[in-house]
Design a binder for this molecule. Sequence first.
Ligand SMILES: NC(=O)c1ccc[n+]([C@@H]2O[C@H](COP(=O)([O-])OP(=O)(O)OC[C@H]3O[C@@H](n4cnc5c(N)ncnc54)[C@H](O)[C@@H]3O)[C@@H](O)[C@H]2O)c1
Length: 252
Amino acid sequence: MRLKGKVAVVTGAGAGIGQAVALRFAREGAGVVVAEIDSGNGQATVEAIQRSEGAALFARADVSDENDVKAMVTAASNCFGRIDILFNNAAILLHGRDTRAHELSTEVWDRTMAVNLGGYWLCSKYVIPHMLRQRQGSIIHVASPTGMLGFASLTAYSTSKGGVFALTRAMAADYAPEHIRVNAIVPGTIDTPMNAAELANEESRQRFIAMAPAGRLGIPEDICGLAVFLASDESQYCVGGFYAVDGGQTAV
Ligand SMILES: NC(=O)c1ccc[n+]([C@@H]2O[C@H](COP(=O)([O-])OP(=O)(O)OC[C@H]3O[C@@H](n4cnc5c(N)ncnc54)[C@H](O)[C@@H]3O)[C@@H](O)[C@H]2O)c1
């Protein structure tokens, strides 16, 4: 058990990558706070962890809402007494409405920024004081290749993910002296509910598969090994890094 005695907050842990990472962190011995906007899915993740004799707490939170985030972090600290790991993962991609700049609505831009970038900052803002007191912690941001490369008709999502790279660097520089490490995982195309509609179309699915030299889509469990490594004490000297898990998509 590589995370025994640690406590992890995982945002968006009701589905996809967040759910897989929450289950894996629990199997590695961490107490897990499932911070999720969808109560049914969040509770289901907690029950799955408890069925495997892990420790988990559900905290309903919209990560873009400061009061929700404050209450979630307080609940986490009251329940487990400490917070060692923050897995900033909850994000949205508003398919069909996220488009080219001149066609994009203010509503889609604002909501995407508030959740995907604002949410990572807000959760960090309220978790970091606990980590400062403990004089250690690991914050892991889930970024995206869309923040580095030009993907057509995804202006708000791509820009929010570009911001995640900058947020990772800025926070890494500020908190490394306090033994709080900030790093980012950059997944390729992972088969999750976020892109279920696109991947249900066979032509589009084949197009995404062809983008990765590994010759397949990723699955949420592909992210877990790196997430555990970055969360654990084995990655003590990893600070401000961006780590791809993308089947080679960004290597070619
Ligand atoms: N799936 C991919 O191909 C892919 C690729 C690169 C990066 N990512 C990133 O990985 C992360 C996880 O993506 P996924 O594919 O698992 O997504 P998903 O849509 O399958 O799951 C996201 C979870 O976050 C929750 N959520 C959404 N808005 C929230 C909010 N405001 N507050 C709290 N919870 C909220 C959802 O209810 C859901 O349970 C995201 O940051 C995403 O941008 C995904």
